[in-house]
Write a protein that binds this ligand. Structure first.
Ligand code: HGY
Ligand code: MN
Ligand code: MN
Length: 405
């Protein structure tokens, strides 16, 4: 069996660690996460790694290099979105384990230590925060996030403690920059570029910046049958103007994505005029200035629309992470390593954000994309071919062997 086929079988197996069978739903610090860690422990043991879970719930498999040698990190996230795919995140963990297993099978010892990291929470679906694991290692962890709660009112602190983590020790996980050689995240592309270029792999040049805003329109409710049309202060009509205006403005911008992904109405009943609408506006761009400019444009569009519709508006930025470039030397080393196996491997930016964006505060980062069928991700139909994952495993092994301490 090829390494790629082994990866495919393992990803099918761990996909069962899910709330249901409609794709993969595996949130952090849940029974599904716990079941997944048992499977990942077996992958790490099979690669000869020493396994432990750190205080932030990151499962770590380590192979020791020569005494005093630095450590190279490989990893990604174990969690998924609701009814997501079976490759997003977890692919980077299984391919890292298999690349190390291959090096052992080939009798190759590296002049540095290597760790494979399975981070608990990158998607930020269960809690209104994300990237606790990599931020803990990078020393950028904010303890205030421990008080954030999920929709059932369970705090991140309680969920982590119940799961076997140690909330009070997360801040002490920060790694020594001088002893960390770098980080590689292998991830399904989640877009159509590699398929369009007929390339199994791609080397990532940088990760987009991302911000999330909560926008609230506030008007008046009233009886749907008695309030005349021209007397209304309908929050939903204003919100719908805003949604179309944002979409049209984003289409004019360069290398920018704006998405209104969640919306809630109040009172949300068939025979009452919507008094309030709360929606999320997410803006992503490879250039932080472009993103800031668009956020300013969004505010002015909102002000004009709310004025015209005689409703109130508020717009609050709830989350932000800057754009992050990958390390030039690692990009070149990854391009060389993939070149032997996938000569057409292009260099491309990542519109999706990743654990690597937080790891950049600790060490030089690199990312390798694997072709994604039809560019589909965050859906059960997400698919990566065994041959493409095989090419990735070969590339990771070649990359590690060529890495200089
Ligand atoms: O939102 C993202 O880009 C990532 O999939 N969490
Ligand atoms: Mn994702
Ligand atoms: Mn991901």
């Amino acid at each position: 069996m090829s390494w790629g086929q082994c990866a495919q079988d393992r990803l099918s197996d761990i996909a069962r660690c899910s709330v249901d069978r409609k794709g993969v739903t595996r949130f952090p610090f849940t029974p599904q996460h716990e079941a997944a860690l048992d499977v990942i422990r077996s992958w790490m043991s099979q690669a000869g790694l020493r396994v432990h879970m750190d205080a932030a719930g990151t499962l770590i498999g380590r192979t020791e290099g020569p005494k005093g040698a630095p450590t190279f990190l490989i990893g990604s996230h174990q969690d998924s979105v609701m009814n997501g795919g079976r490759y997003d995140g977890i692919m980077g963990v299984v391919l890292g384990c298999l690349a190390l297993e291959k090096l052992v099978a080939d009798g190759i010892e590296l002049p540095f230590s290597v760790e494979v990291l399975a981070f608990a929470d990158e998607e930020g679906v269960r809690f209104p925060t994300a990237l606790m694991g990599p931020r803990a290692l990078a020393g950028t962890f904010d303890p205030a996030i421990l008080d954030m709660a999920d929709k059932d009112g369970v705090s991140l602190r309680a969920a982590l403690a119940r799961f076997g983590g140690d909330p009070d020790c997360v801040a002490s996980l920060a790694r020594d920059h001088a002893k960390t050689l770098g980080y590689l995240e292998v991830h399904i592309e989640q877009g159509p570029v590699l398929e369009a270029k007929d390339s199994a792999l791609g080397v990532v040049t940088g990760i987009c910046g991302i911000e999330r805003n909560t926008v609230t329109f506030t008007g008046d409710t009233g009886h749907a049958g008695t309030v005349p049309m021209d007397g209304r202060r309908d929050a939903l009509v204003a919100a719908s103007d805003f949604i179309s205006a944002i979409h049209d403005a984003a289409k004019q911008a360069t290398d920018l994505r704006a998405t209104i992904g969640a919306l809630s109405l109040h009172p949300n009943v068939v025979n009452a005029i919507p008094r309030a609408v709360e929606l999320t506006l997410e803006i992503r761009a490879l250039n932080d200035t472009v993103r800031d400019d668009f956020a300013r444009l969004a505010r002015s569009l909102g002000d004009n629309i709310s004025g015209g519709r005689r409703v109130g508006i508020s717009m609050e930025r709830t989350y932000e992470q800057p754009a992050v470039p990958c390390n030039r030397d690692l990009i070149d080393a990854l391009s060389t390593a993939t070149g032997a196996i996938c000569p057409t491997a292009p260099r491309l930016p990542s519109g999706a954000t990743h654990d690597a964006s937080a790891m950049a505060d600790l060490c030089p980062i690199s990312m390798l994309f694997v072709r994604c069928e039809d560019g589909v991700s965050h859906k059960p139909e997400e698919f990566a071919a065994s041959d493409d994952m095989d090419a990735a495993i070969q590339s990771i092994a070649t990359f590690l062997v060529a890495l200089e301490v």
